[in-house]
Design a binder for this molecule. Structure first.
Ligand code: PLP
Length: 404
């Protein structure tokens, strides 16, 4: 049974509710960040160096991986991972169409062909049966994307990987700390790729990324690929990239990593509160909640609902009028993006991804989200759906008792 919730403070109920508020997070760690940034400036070491090495060790430990290699962004992490695995022209890599653009663009960027297969409707993650059907002799990697902070179904992918000897590159950009059967992302495949984009659960003060692996040879290759393929001493054994993680980013990220688990806990509490309010206010016929699948730890980078019956556009419009943040991740599945016309997909080819793209709506979930803002999101959704009068927290008086 869900607990009754306190009445909303009506005086505060007209405040705008941002979708994310990074200032609120910064305010809680300002002194720690400033002290760390000062330390970095005092050294004047800005590229790689000790702070990056320490962050790499700490992330490796956090993910239970043997190696972690920092780089300039999550996109670069994916590109470098594919390069390190030798993926290139003529190869195919299977991934999800329901993700941020970079998952597929990284495949394109290394000269390979993105093969996009449909998702499972309840998790929004790649469907292993569809992956199995898409494997060809040209398949050189499988790239599950742990979308919105929840791990893809890995067990069948592990079996396919072992059977066909195809490595798995995890796109863990949104899922640091997420777990599948007690194991964290980053060690659920051959290479794990993370983004430190500021809105991620572990976000830097700019772009950044990291790759994790248990394989020492891959780790060594990733390390040199990020510095122009240099083995050291201007000895370029292959052509790589300039994709290094800044020391300043590492400095900031090391401070934030100390808080990551408590922030993740707060995101989970927000998710639980949303679920409770959506249910207790009878909105579940119009709003489908995100599902936490069995054996997973969801880290809720996004709290992504579905708005049913074609009402999403109207709901978004109303939320905008009420100044309540919400967002659509992602409105166009990648198989229907103009730049991927050459792949030959057409509308209707990947129906679950297209349906998700038409229905999803993400609600504010960031760790510092004030309780009254969260309640206002529900109030706003109720208004948007024409239900405002049925909300218990709208009732300022307890229901009248009938005379005995
Ligand atoms: C699923 C996914 N993959 C890849 C990326 C790329 O990361 P970055 O923005 O750090 O390049 C992102 C980031 O937005 C992402 O969400």
């Amino acid at each position: 049974m869900s607990k009754p919730h306190p009445p909303i403070n009506m005086a505060e109920s007209t405040q705008p509710v941002p979708f994310i508020d990074l200032v609120a997070q910064y305010q809680t760690i300002r002194d720690e960040i400033r002290e760390a940034v000062d330390r970095c400036f005092e050294t004047q070491h800005f590229i790689l160096g000790e702070e990056v090495t320490l962050l790499e060790q700490e992330i490796a430990q956090y993910c239970d991986a043997r190696h972690a290699i920092g780089c300039a962004s999550g996109t670069d992490a994916l590109i470098l991972a594919l390069m390190a695995l030798g993926v290139g022209p003529g190869d195919e890599v299977i991934t999800s169409p329901f993700t941020f653009f970079a998952s597929a663009s990284a495949i394109h960027r290394v000269g390979a062909r993105p093969v996009l297969v449909d998702i499972e409707p309840h998790s929004f993650n790649i469907c292993p049966e569809q992956v199995a059907k898409a494997i060809t002799p040209r398949t050189k990697a499988i790239m599950p994307v742990h979308i919105f902070g929840q791990c893809a179904e890995m067990e069948p992918l592990w079996r396919l990987s072992a059977k066909y000897k195809i490595p798995i590159v995890e796109d863990s950009a949104q899922a640091i700390g997420a777990e599948y059967r007690g194991r964290r992302t980053g060690v659920l495949g051959t290479i794990g790729c993370f983004s430190f984009f500021p809105t991620k659960n572990l976000g830097g003060a700019g772009d950044g990324g990291i790759m994790t692996t248990d394989d020492p040879e891959l780790a060594a290759r990733l390390k040199r690929l990020r510095v122009h393929g240099d083995m050291g001493g201007y000895n370029h054994v292959e052509v790589g990239y300039n994709s290094r993680l800044d020391a300043l980013q590492a400095t900031v990220l090391r401070v934030k990593l100390r808080h990551l688990d408590s922030w993740t806990e707060a995101r989970n509490q927000n998710a639980a509160r949303y679920a409770q309010l959506i249910q207790s206010n009878g909105l579940q016929d119009a709003i489908e909640l995100p599902q936490v699948m069995k054996d997973r730890r969801h880290v809720f980078n996004q709290f992504t609902t579905r708005i049913k019956d074609g009402r999403r556009a109207a709901v978004i419009q109303s939320m905008k009028e009420q100044q309540i943040g919400c967002a659509v991740y992602y409105p166009i599945p990648l198989h229907l993006q103009k730049c991927f016309d050459y792949l030959g997909y057409k509308p209707g080819d990947l129906p679950e991804s297209e349906k998700a793209a038409a229905e999803v709506l993400s609600l504010p979930i960031y760790s510092e989200l004030p309780a009254n803002h969260l309640e206002r999101v529900i109030e706003g959704l109720s208004t948007a759906l024409g239900r405002q009068n049925t909300l218990p927290f709208r009732q300022t008086q307890p229901p009248q008792r009938r005379a005995a």
